[in-house]
Design a protein around this ligand. Structure first.
Ligand code: FEO
Ligand code: CA
Ligand code: CA
Ligand code: CA
Length: 674
């Protein structure tokens, strides 16, 4: 299917759903029926719940490790996550396990500076939005300002915007060739993207609140935040534009999905689907973008530029490749922000490579080096990690050379259970002038092309990659319905995977910097009661506990793994809202999952981030009321500003749904789930 057909397909209820469906189809024109469609056709959710499937179908699913796990009377009794599991479902509200508070901390539009205007959703302006909390909160990080950690800076990414529920009377724009968009609306969108740094403090009652007059509070946006460029690609000819003839500065960051905090307390923002923001007026006879005359055509093709999912290029030359052919090379990087210095221009660190970075989680290896794990979230793309040359010392700080002087590696997962991290270094192996790489700058700008040549393993959409204790790392492979049976490999074992899986890596010697490790599949996601799904969980996992489409992950103060999900418009295949799950990684309960929090309908769960105390958990509910609302019983249509599936979290008839950060604490205080 081409772009236009996907946009007009009633299956894709909003632009974000169409975007995800379209992404990288060109090499895979044959969508066919997904396993989820087969399941939906054969077994409605309700039939499954009634137990129509026999025991044999259920037991056939569990892998050998699960089969030999002895049965416990109750998972909770033997589990290390001490909470009463939430019941699965889907409705207009958010839900948290009993005994916990889940309070709204910050909503889209909340004023975050002392001089910010109050939110007026009917009369929004870019100027106001630049002083208000942005849209679609994704990554959340925290760095303390006092020893007790009761004051600190919350760092939040704002990934993208949903025009159909943000702006009154506008409706969906991709189907309307962006006819309703104006320069004013485009500028509001740009001002709603990027990130926020805000001071928050915990009161005597244990509740967290914004410190609105804090000197630290600021927005970082693609609208107007000037940034510098560091590393191998800084100043390279391919980074130069009319506005920046030196190739050293750029205005803003975009599509900031997940991210990370460095050991020195700075904030890393990953630039993910940057391709969607670029425009061209040159289209071929079929209406597809014509990049044949572009000097960067080969690179653009591999990165999906221009995506034309936003109208920004109609009003701002830098988003139009007809006018600025090098501009896309300046996006798709990892950005470092100094939350403690609002005057410091953020830095795009090109040594970490250019791709659709999902996140940038850091750790210090046993050998003292900085290691950053980052997935390239695209079907059939790769898992990367960056290792600094130097070791992390106490005087490392914002702009440290640890983020510019190091090696980027891409992963090859072999069938014997080993993972090899292959260095992306100019002059080594095929990364030579003969293959189009004249310098390390070329290798970094065309990271994907370099990784193709090295024979990296094409993965099922690498989302968050979370380093854990002792050289472990957990990779969220969210789904890949386009993998054909003849394209499966050991590390991506299911064709047409609607529900994804999680890989556990153990780096050799417990050293995150090691170029080799071993891997295993921790869980294969989806409903274990449906044989065709091929899910693999510890049998102690209840009907509430299994999930689909892992996206973000966090390790808490106890070293335990938590997973948040993003099923997109596909949640109808499970009937479950996206949520947060506690997933056992060791002992006889390894592979057991429990539901802790769930989103309001149409929302995806991001964050999660644990405060060092283990007593506060930050979650981000992204795009509430939007995805897959045609499957929401009793609603069964697409949301608009005037008619949304939920008005979470305000439930004010004059307010659309608002993406919001939620703070979880235990009632009466104490560590979460301990
Ligand atoms: Fe923005 Fe890969 O999720
Ligand atoms: Ca994500
Ligand atoms: Ca994470
Ligand atoms: Ca996702």
């Amino acid at each position: 299917m081409d772009r236009k057909s996907i946009i007009n397909d009633p299956e894709h209820g909003n632009k974000a759903e169409a975007f995800e469906a379209f992404d990288d189809i060109p090499t895979n024109p044959n969508l066919g029926r997904t396993i989820g469609d087969v399941i939906n056709a054969r077994y409605g959710r309700r039939d499954v719940m009634k137990g129509i499937l026999g025991v044999s179908a259920t037991t056939a699913l569990f892998g050998t490790s699960a089969m030999i796990a002895p049965k416990q009377a109750s998972a909770a009794a033997g589990g290390r996550y001490n909470f009463e599991e939430l019941t699965w479902g889907n409705d207009e509200e958010h839900h948290i396990a009993e005994g916990y508070n889940a309070d709204i901390l910050l909503r889209w539009g909340d004023p975050i500076t002392a001089d910010a205007p109050e939110f007026d959703v009917m009369n929004q302006t870019a100027e106001a939005q630049l002083k208000q909390f942005g849209y679609n909160n994704d990554y959340v990080g925290f760095t303390a300002l006092n020893d007790e950690g009761t004051r600190g800076l919350l760092c939040v990414n704002h990934e993208y915007t949903n025009e159909e529920v943000m702006f009154p009377g506008l409706g969906r724009q991709d189907r309307a060739d962006f006819e309703g968009m104006t320069r004013e609306l485009v500028d509001i969108e740009m001002a709603a993207h990027g990130g926020s740094v805000v001071e928050i403090a915990q009161g005597d009652d244990g509740k967290w609140a914004l410190v609105r007059d804090s000197q630290y509070n600021r927005r970082i946006t693609p609208h107007s935040t000037e940034m510098t460029i560091s590393g191998p690609a800084a100043g390279h000819a391919r980074m130069k534009t009319n506005a920046d003839p030196e190739g050293m500065t750029v205005i803003g960051t975009v599509n900031n999905c997940a991210g990370g905090m460095t050991p020195w307390g700075t904030y890393l923002m990953a630039e993910e689907n940057f391709h969607g923001y670029f425009w061209t007026d040159k289209v071929d006879a079929e209406g597809k973008p014509d990049i044949s005359e572009q000097p960067e055509a080969a690179s653009m093709k591999r990165y999906g530029v221009p995506g034309r999912w936003y109208a920004w290029g109609q009003y701002h030359d830098r988003w139009n490749i007809d006018k600025e052919p090098n501009e896309p090379n300046r996006w798709g990087w990892i950005v470092e922000v100094d939350p403690r210095n609002p005057d410091a221009a953020p830095i795009k660190h090109t040594a970490l490579g250019r791709f659709r970075h999902e996140g940038a989680e850091t750790t210090i290896s046993s050998s003292g080096r900085l290691v950053v794990y980052s997935g390239d979230d695209n079907r059939f793309d790769y898992q990367y990690k960056y290792v600094s040359n130097g070791t992390v010392t106490d005087d490392a700080g914002f702009g440290s050379s640890l983020l510019s002087d190091g090696t980027l590696y891409v992963a090859r997962f072999d069938a014997d259970g080993t993972v090899e991290w292959m260095p992306l270094v100019h002059g080594e192996g095929p990364l030579t002038a003969e293959n189009g790489f004249d310098s390390q700058a070329d290798v970094m700008i065309d990271t994907r092309v370099a990784a193709d040549l090295l024979g990296a393993t094409p993965m099922d959409r690498p989302e968050d990659a979370q380093p854990g204790p002792d050289g472990t790392a957990y990779l969220m492979l969210t789904n890949n319905t386009r993998r054909k049976p003849d394209q499966v490999n050991a590390a991506n074992p299911r064709a047409e995977s609607s529900f994804g899986h999680i890989i556990e890596i153990k780096e050799d010697g417990g050293d995150h910097a090691s170029p080799k490790g071993t891997w295993s599949i921790l869980v294969k996601c989806g409903d274990p009661a449906i044989a065709e799904v091929g899910a693999q969980w510890n049998p102690e996992t209840s009907e509430n506990g299994w999930f689909g489409s892992p996206d973000n992950a966090a390790i808490d103060a106890e070293g335990r793994l938590w997973i948040s999900t993003d099923q997109g418009s596909g949640w109808g295949k499970t009937g479950k809202s996206d949520g947060l799950y506690a997933l056992e990684t060791s002992g006889e309960l390894r592979g057991t999952s429990k539901l802790f929090f769930r989103c309001p309908v149409g929302g995806e769960l991001c964050g999660p981030y644990f405060h060092d105390s283990g007593e506060t958990l930050f979650l981000a509910v992204q795009h509430p009321g939007t995805d897959g609302t045609k499957d929401f019983k009793g609603f069964e249509r697409n949301s608009t500003f005037e008619d949304p599936a939920t008005r979470w979290p305000d439930f004010d008839p004059a307010m659309p749904p608002r993406p919001s950060v939620v703070v979880v604490t235990k009632q009466g205080g104490g560590k979460i789930a301990v």
